[in-house]
Design a protein around this ligand. Structure first.
Ligand code: ZN
Length: 394
């Protein structure tokens, strides 16, 4: 049975239909001194259908009805949208259709910040896959793993569907978990002034000073800058008071606890950037921490992909008498393309030509470290530029 399923995976591509989308921007001033709120008003044009199909090694393509490729590498186009630029996001939706089904005769409204976050999560998942392939980039792995785990869930309410981003169990807990174990009659604390935590990262019990425990719980000062932050308090509550959770969650909790007590406590987490309460002590980033970070990056990638492909199911095509996948919308198609990527074998690279207008983010085998440009034209243009620069230097 398992064998048969894997053959379907190898042999078939998947398809997805969509419609051209139109988008208006409503900008509303909500309160004095506050930035205005932007809402996208969207509708689709059912007279302008769009077809997508997935081909191994090329990725997701925009195709004609008969299957001829109109534009290659749609996931690369999504990666190329400048971060946070709502107009460029709108351009993408107007070209390739909206990520989710929308109506044709009435507006669907979507908050601009929310949709940017949804796109950021797709990018972050892909960046993570890239960052763990080949030469590992631990800084990027940390930034995108943390982003995907710490950012609250986004829910888009459309007239036809409700979409929610993946909510990891850690995400729910870091928002809310505030229950501390009662140590008032604890024998170990009474005898030694310490409380031992079974720790998956150090591989044995990790004794915590009771003064530190009490200070974090009550929000008093400690030697650790930022220990009063609400995120750290919740993380500390999880670390000390949820010892028998499943291994995946424990691995995540233990990593963030060690990282933040030994390197620095997170202040703000943005897409592509983490700021700390004090200058982080990066020298303390040990090999054990790196190994643990890789583990949680893998957990996060798989949970993100699984969450977003859950509505896809296999079906048998009547016309072709062949197995196929029912992919319902563009966001599923995008995640399904990531699902089909061969982790560690294929990565998305950014074309080295500044302002590349061709295939800025292209899919390439991870071992081809010498391929730096998306195409011959870009590589030639860059070579000509280098030649000119040399002439000028003479
Ligand atoms: Zn290029």
């Amino acid at each position: 049975m398992a064998k048969r399923i894997s053959r379907i995976f190898l042999n078939s591509m998947f398809k997805c239909d969509n419609y051209v989308c139109h988008c208006e921007k409503d900008i509303k001033n909500v309160a004095p001194g506050q930035p205005p709120k932007t809402t996208l008003k969207l509708y689709c044009d059912i007279n302008k259908p769009l077809h997508f199909s997935y081909a191994p090694r090329v990725g997701l393509n925009l195709t004609g009805i008969a299957g001829g490729v109109i534009e290659k590498n749609i996931l690369g186009k999504l990666l190329a949208i400048p971060n946070g630029d709502i107009d460029k996001h709108i351009e993408f939706f107007e070209t390739y259709g909206f990520l989710l089904p929308i109506q044709s005769d009435e507006y669907d409204s979507v908050d601009a910040d929310a949709i940017i976050e949804v796109v950021n999560r797709i990018k972050a998942t892909l960046y993570l896959m890239n960052a763990i392939a080949g030469q590992k980039n631990y800084k990027r792995i940390l930034i995108y793993t943390t982003y995907l785990l710490y950012m609250p869930q986004i829910i888009l309410n459309l007239s036809e569907v409700e979409y929610s981003t993946c909510s990891h169990r850690f995400t729910e807990l870091i928002e809310n978990y505030n229950l501390f174990v009662d140590l008032s009659r604890n024998q170990e604390v009474f005898g030694t002034g310490k409380y031992s935590i079974p720790d998956t990262m150090v591989g044995c019990n990790n004794p915590i000073e009771i003064e530190f425990f009490n200070a974090v719980r009550s929000g008093a000062d400690t030697d650790l800058v930022g220990s009063k932050s609400i995120w750290f308090k919740h993380l500390f509550a999880m670390y000390t008071s949820l010892p028998f959770e499943d291994e995946k969650l424990r691995t995540i909790i233990d990593f963030f606890y060690h990282y933040q007590t030994e390197i620095g406590i997170f202040n703000e987490i943005q897409f592509g950037k983490i700021t700390y309460y004090a200058t982080p002590t990066r020298d303390n980033f040990t090999d054990e921490m790196k190994a643990s970070l890789l583990k949680i990056a893998r957990i996060v990638i798989s949970e993100e992909i699984n969450h977003n492909i859950i509505g896809i199911y296999p079906k048998y095509e009547t016309d072709e008498l062949a197995p196929a996948w029912q992919v319902n919308n563009l966001i599923q198609a995008l995640y399904f393309s990531i699902f089909y990527m061969r982790p560690g074998l294929e990565i998305y690279k950014e074309c080295k030509k500044p302002n590349c207008k061709r295939d800025k983010f292209f899919l390439v085998e991870a071992t081809r470290t010498n391929k730096e440009y998306c195409c011959v034209q870009c590589s030639r243009a860059a070579a000509t530029q280098r030649y000119r620069n040399r002439q000028l230097d003479k």
